[in-house]
Design a protein around this ligand. Structure first.
Ligand code: NI
Length: 258
């Protein structure tokens, strides 16, 4: 079986001591591809550095909505420059997150729109982060031209948002949250969301799936999320893992290379 961890943060300091071992362990355990996702300018640069050292790791560049405070809108030009690197296959993560504060709503929206434009200009998939921001996010999406490929990462929205994403043809990707016993709503979304539009991610170092919950997450653990989707959808593990792997390939890698 082949797996594609479509979203993780191996550039974070949680991996400073053993980054290469973590990457090797992923490869040894059947992780075919990894997409590392930047959260600000420095993190995006580091992401590219890691991707340049390993042929099976790719990079996404962007500024996360919770990390915009130190940046000016003009700094997105820096992200745009990085987007031209050949290991960059997506823009993000970007989006809106009003969980901690609603004070910088307008600034978050500006950064989101700016990154949607970069993704459109370079024909790159867009990785969207959403938390407590459904209505504002939909408002922007309805107004602006989106790139062809959009994924709602770490999907933990409600059924209504899932229906909306489904109607729009967006992809959603599931993290270890899906394996948590109390994640009833997310499990329900996994049950009805079309399998052709599902991907998986660890979002490492956070959100380790069961049976590793509470530990540091890393890319090889992505298979436990696939296994949970197989259980929820009542299909064979091999079958669903093959489909999800192919979805991820066509979403992120089709036009770029191979
Ligand atoms: Ni993330």
């Amino acid at each position: 079986m082949k797996f594609f961890d479509t979203h993780c943060h191996l550039d974070f300091q949680q991996f400073d001591k053993d980054r290469d071992e973590v990457i090797k362990r992923a490869k040894d355990k059947g992780i075919e591809y990894i997409l590392n996702v930047g959260i600000d300018v420095e993190s995006s640069k580091k992401t590219i550095e890691i991707a340049e050292r390993y042929d099976f790791i790719f990079a996404s560049v962007g500024i996360h909505p919770l990390d915009i405070s130190d940046f000016k809108l003009n700094d997105l030009r820096e992200i745009e420059k990085l987007a031209k690197n050949e290991k960059v296959i997506a823009i993000g993560e970007t989006g809106l997150d009003f969980y901690y504060s609603k004070e910088n709503k307008d600034k978050q929206k500006d950064f989101f729109v700016g990154q949607i434009e970069i993704a459109g200009k370079y024909n790159l998939p867009l990785i969207v982060h959403q938390r407590e921001s459904k209505d504002e996010l939909i408002e922007i999406i309805e107004k602006i031209k989106l790139p062809e490929k959009v994924v709602f990462h770490c999907f933990c929205g409600d059924k209504e948002l899932a229906e909306y994403c489904k109607n729009k043809g967006f992809f959603i990707s599931f993290t270890g949250i899906l394996t948590f016993k109390n994640a009833k709503d997310v499990k329900e979304v996994a049950r009805f969301y079309p399998v052709e539009k599902i991907m998986v991610e660890t979002d490492a170092p956070f959100l380790a799936p069961e049976p590793f919950r509470g530990k540091r997450n890393e890319p090889f653990m992505v298979k436990y999320i696939v296994e949970e989707i197989a259980n929820i959808k009542e299909v064979r593990f091999e079958e669903i893992s093959d489909k999800i792997f192919k979805n991820s390939l066509s979403f992120f890698k089709d036009e770029n290379d191979n």
